[in-house]
Design a protein around this ligand. Structure first.
Ligand SMILES: [Zn+2]
Length: 82
């Protein structure tokens, strides 16, 4: 399998081996699955400061269907970002 490279949502740097990302699975703000990768803890923390997504209630119950599978690792999957 080919390992993906990601573009950090905050600083726009390209990187591999993603450990941190935002996933709209848990968030009622978005009707579709969106992944926003972060290159490291500083950008992940920065995102929490600049984003309003934490102001929205959590999705309960979690949606089902192929689009909403639990994602453990984004290095080998195709995902939509914005
Ligand atoms: Zn970054």
């Amino acid at each position: 399998m080919i390992k993906k490279s990601h573009t950090c949502y905050v600083c726009k740097r390209t990187f591999t081996n993603a450990i941190y990302w935002y996933d709209s699975l848990h968030d009622t703000k978005y009707d579709k699955r969106i992944i926003r990768p972060f290159c490291g803890p500083p950008c992940a923390n920065r995102y929490r400061e600049i984003s309003d997504v934490n102001d929205y209630p959590s999705r309960k119950p979690l949606p089902s269907g192929p689009e909403w599978q639990v994602i453990q690792d984004i290095d080998y999957i195709d995902y939509d970002s914005d």
